[in-house]
Design a protein around this ligand. Structure first.
Ligand SMILES: [Zn+2]
Length: 303
C-alpha cells in the first residue's frame, strides 16, 4: 500500500576524532571530527515516526520511504559534516563485492563524495595515486609505509566537489569543513596514519589495503552556483539555492541539508524552520514540498 509520508528530522550523532576541530563543537576538550546528520541509527525526532531509528523506519515503510528504484531495505546513504583540523589517515574503502569478501555477508562498499564548504588557503587533500605509478610500486609503498611518496596531493578550494570511488586511496587534510555523502558503510582500511602520537592504538590494515587499492585518482567538480555537483551509481548530489517547489516521483527519498542561511520547508500544511546543518529526510512518497528563504542546501538522492 502506498502512503503519503511527511518529511522528518533526525537526532545527530557527534563523533570525537584525533583530527577533529572546533567548529562542530560540544566541548573544547573533545575535538569533534564528524557530525552524522543522516544515518540508519539516528532517531526520528518528531511526527508519526518519532523515537524510531531510521533503520526501523526503512524496514517498516520500505519503498514508501526509500523509493521504488532501491532493492535493499537498509537506508543506503550516510550524510556527515566533517571538520578537519589535522590530516585524516591515508585510507581506502572496498567496493560492494570486496566488502562482502573481506567483511562478510550484508556489508556494503563505500564510495563517497565531498562538497567543500569552507577551505583555508593552501589546504590540500590526497585524492589517489600519482600518474605513472604501477600497481607493483603502489603495493610496495603500502607495505613499506611510504605511500606519501606515491600519493597525489591536490590543492582544493571552497565550493569544489570530489568524487571518491571505492578503491581510491585518499586523505582529507587540515583546514577544511565539508559535507560528505557516502554509501551506508563504515569500512575504512587505514593505509598510513602519519606516525603521530595521537594515532597510537589506531590499527593499520595493510593486507586489506593492498587487496582493494587501485592506481586511480579522484575527479573534482569545480564550484557551481547550483545544479548537480556529482553523481555515481549510488547517489546524486545537487546544490539548491532558489526558493522552489518539488514533487518527489516515488523513485527515491531526498536527503536535504541546509549549508548556508535559513530555509523554511513546507509540506502538507506543516512548516519546518531550518538553520545551518539542519537536515530533513523527505520520503519518496511525500507529497509536494517547498523551500523558501535565503539559503544554500545540498540534496542527496538515489540516481
Ligand atoms: Zn574515506
Amino acid at each position: 500500500m502506498c502512503v503519503n509520508l511527511l518529511p522528518f528530522q533526525l537526532s545527530i550523532q557527534y563523533h570525537p576524532r584525533v583530527w577533529g576541530g572546533q567548529r562542530l563543537q560540544v566541548s573544547p576538550q573533545n575535538p569533534i571530527g564528524e557530525a552524522w546528520l543522516i544515518h540508519e541509527h539516528n532517531l526520528v525526532k518528531s511526527g508519526e515516526l518519532a523515537g524510531q531509528s531510521l533503520e526501523q523506519a526503512a524496514k517498516s515503510l520500505g519503498a514508501d520511504l526509500l523509493g521504488y528504484k532501491y532493492a535493499g531495505s537498509r537506508f543506503p546513504l550516510l550524510i556527515k559534516i566533517l571538520d578537519c583540523a589535522d590530516w585524516l589517515s591515508i585510507q581506502v574503502h572496498p567496493n560492494d563485492t570486496q566488502a562482502v569478501q573481506l567483511e562478510g555477508a550484508g556489508q556494503l562498499g563505500k564510495t563517497e563524495a565531498w562538497h567543500l564548504l569552507e577551505v583555508e588557503t593552501g589546504a590540500e587533500l590526497i585524492c589517489g595515486v600519482k600518474a605513472g605509478v604501477s600497481p607493483e610500486q603502489l603495493e610496495a609503498a603500502i607495505r613499506s609505509s611510504t605511500v606519501r611518496d606515491v600519493a597525489q596531493y591536490q590543492a582544493v578550494q571552497t565550493g569544489e566537489t570530489v568524487m571518491m570511488e571505492a578503491g581510491t586511496m585518499h586523505a582529507l587534510g587540515p583546514g577544511m569543513l565539508l559535507y560528505e555523502v557516502q554509501q551506508t558503510s563504515d569500512i575504512t582500511y587505514r593505509v598510513y596514519d602519519w606516525d603521530r602520537p595521537a594515532s597510537a592504538g589506531r590499527a593499520l590494515h595493510i593486507e586489506q589495503s593492498v587487496a582493494v587499492t587501485t592506481t586511480k585518482t579522484a575527479s573534482i567538480t569545480p564550484r557551481l552556483e547550483a545544479g548537480i555537483l556529482t553523481q555515481c551509481p549510488y547517489f546524486v548530489l545537487e546544490k539548491l539555492v532558489e526558493p522552489s517547489t518539488y514533487t518527489p516521483d516515488g523513485s527515491s527519498f531526498h536527503a536535504l541539508t541546509i549549508t548556508k542561511g535559513q530555509a523554511t520547508l513546507q509540506s502538507a500544511g506543516q512548516t519546518w524552520d531550518l538553520a545551518r546543518f539542519d537536515s530533513v529526510v523527505i520520503p519518496a512518497n511525500c507529497p509536494e514540498y517547498s523551500l523558501s528563504g535565503h539559503f544554500e542546501a545540498l540534496r542527496s538522492s538515489l540516481p
